[in-house]
Ligand binder design. Sequence first.
Ligand SMILES: NC(=O)C1=CN([C@@H]2O[C@H](COP(=O)(O)OP(=O)(O)OC[C@H]3O[C@@H](n4cnc5c(N)ncnc54)[C@H](O)[C@@H]3O)[C@@H](O)[C@H]2O)[C@@H](O)CC1
Ligand SMILES: Nc1ncnc2c1ncn2[C@@H]1O[C@H](COP(=O)(O)OP(=O)(O)O)[C@@H](O)[C@H]1O
Ligand SMILES: [K+]
Length: 525
Amino acid sequence: MCELLTAGQMRSIEGRAIAAGETTGLALMERAGEGMIDAILTARPELAAGRCRAVVLCGPGNNGGDGFVIARLLEAQGWRVQAYFYGDADQLPTDARANFDRFGTARIQAMGFPNISDAGLALLRSEFESDAGLPDVVIDALFGTGLSRLAPELVPLAQVWRLGGAAVLRVAVDVPSGLCTDSGHIWEVEGKAALLPADLTVCFHRRKIGCYLGEGPENCGQIVLADLGLAPTDPPASAARLVEMPAPRSLSKSQGHKYDHGHVLTLSGGSGAGGAARLAARAALRIGAGAVTLGCPAEALTENAAQLNAVMLTVIDDAQALTDSLKDQRRNVICLGPGAGVERAATLLAVLLADYSKRGTVLDADALTALAQDKALFSRLHSNCVLTPHGGEFRRLFPDLTAKMDKMPLKGPAYSKADATREAAQRAGCVVVFKGPDTVIGDPSGGLYLHTATGDRAVPWLATAGAGDVLAGFIAGLMARRMPAIVAAKTATWLHVECARSFGAGLIAEDMPDELPKIFRQLGV
Ligand SMILES: NC(=O)C1=CN([C@@H]2O[C@H](COP(=O)(O)OP(=O)(O)OC[C@H]3O[C@@H](n4cnc5c(N)ncnc54)[C@H](O)[C@@H]3O)[C@@H](O)[C@H]2O)[C@@H](O)CC1
Ligand SMILES: Nc1ncnc2c1ncn2[C@@H]1O[C@H](COP(=O)(O)OP(=O)(O)O)[C@@H](O)[C@H]1O
Ligand SMILES: [K+]
């Protein structure tokens, strides 16, 4: 299970190990430098052969200290290295100062402090315009987990940083300078990012959560881990975790009757508005629910009948009809929202949330809007519910949390999508799946899971109408198969992206459920 840490969590892990005498800051810094070299050469093995040239930018804290170690170790490998220092040597933390001295004061180019001097910038620029050609690697060891406020000096630096273009490998030490480690936000000055984007980010000990949220993924490039040799300890209970590939066994079916695999009731809207619920219904069936019924108003019966085969149909016109329908306890999961219409969703939601059996309930789209409009309904959510808001729906449900998320503080870590999702799940008392290219899933006990569709899991084609309806259906289908809500949410999120990856360009929502059999075969389900 891959944990994602905030700056504070990482600091306390390191601090505890140092205080317990298990290691020293200096030893950790040396390991960090060694890990960086390994990571660079693993990512670009061709660099191991040649006598390469590197430029290392070192900052005023321990991230800068790592930079001096990297400069020394690269030089020991026969590289030509130029180190630049942005900071005040007399104020460097002890370990960073030791490595500054060890590399050699006379060989470090000062860039000025507290501002970067024009002369310093010009010198750095000359590295990219030298007759010797471009450097092979530039290393950003300016700020790491210690940066918690705007550093405007990164704006002019970023302009120079970009000069190498694609020809130069840009490597971030621990986290790209200017990225908030906790939120993935970047600070800006007059619309210009105070950030050094990377092609390769080498995180120490554990991945940092900001690399996977917000603007983190697009600015980190490939993210790899370097081991600091810290003794494995239990991760902090509050740490988020990456959503990983589900175990095939959790998806396979044992023998049994169709109702042993659950029965999903998907509630649709009126005439002409059934497509979204049909998508959810098909998704629930494909993911293995034993039976799926679509409940629609009488006026939409013919239309739905013309479109459905394996999905059954029933008329649910009003609250009473739903109450009657819920008497069948085999209908163990209800999916409400896609295409339902807000008024109808509100009426049906009141019945669902009054249901004493607290059966599995997946609420999406119009059901979320109805929920946002009625505090009494919201207060009746229970632990077997799952909310699947996109950004707009989340804003409607939790306007105060969205306002906190939108605000970039000038000092201190920013409030993140992860923080907002955790608070939302605790407030709602149920699982919240906050969707997007970075999907964050929170459970009411504080558990937090993150799926970031970037790098080799990037799926831009998933931004297509109806994709969310399919996700709601996947979650409902897995819950019908008796997966706990949080596990169903994680598994469905992973499979949803996997379907999009597998289908590729040209994807529309209809394609996604039908891609599942292929994914199941590949997983060995
Ligand atoms: N002993 C440890 O705890 C280890 C730390 N390591 C490295 O140390 C990093 C964290 O080091 P630090 O906590 O010293 O922090 P950083 O080196 O990330 O940056 C903090 C330094 O920058 C200054 N600063 C912060 N915001 C600024 C701003 N907006 N403008 C100008 N200056 C600003 C601070 O005053 C401080 O001097 C990690 O990311 C990692 O790279 C590694 O060496 C492994 C061991
Ligand atoms: N660029 C993207 N990368 C990865 N996933 C995405 C991207 N854009 C959208 N998605 C996913 O697609 C789904 C869209 O859901 P939603 O916004 O509710 O759309 P709709 O209401 O049209 O179904 C969500 O699961 C979301 O996480
Ligand atoms: K850095």
